[in-house]
Design a protein around this ligand. Sequence first.
Ligand SMILES: [Zn+2]
Length: 211
Amino acid sequence: MLLAHGRNLDVIAQVERKRKPRIEADLERTSHAALVAELAERMTEDRHPVEGLFELTTWALDELASDPEPRRAGAFFLGAALELMGYAPQLAECARCGRPLAEVAHAFSAAAGGFLCPNDSDPAEPAVSPAAIKVLRVIFAREVGLYRRLKLSAAIMDEVHDVLADQLEYHLDKRLNSLRFLRRMRGVGRATALPSTAEQGGRPPSERLPS
Ligand SMILES: [Zn+2]
């Protein structure tokens, strides 16, 4: 892309489209791509380049086009974006008292800036599983090769995504529209998945005919 300096705004003088995998018209994939684009836009101000953001954004869009599980690339992008903005959460020590966290489930508090030890959290608060906390550590260590090889269940992916989204929304002054949309979509998916199995005489979803 070629920019020309204008009086108030810069003018796009020339654009060349790179040959890359395309994100197909798949609602979930496109929604994650919208989140990547919205967040990248939110992180940039005129004439204040954020080192590494362009590379990270293009990497995430390429992964979203090719990874069979789009949430994986989406979560990695959210983590790396948080780190670039200086909002990486505490993952190894309690965010309140600084004591090392044991390999068990811990409550997450975006206000405190990370996970909390049992002394500093309310037992009634939902806790994040040790497996999800480990995945978050891999993301924040930017171990992309290892991250790609991890087997991530939908439940772990939900936990990882929720922590990243909470942390992000706590630090951004405005909510992200694409994040709200992804949450609503997940809610709809859950609400429709259960009753329809019963309606179809208990047949597993894989045997259902496409409507
Ligand atoms: Zn503590």
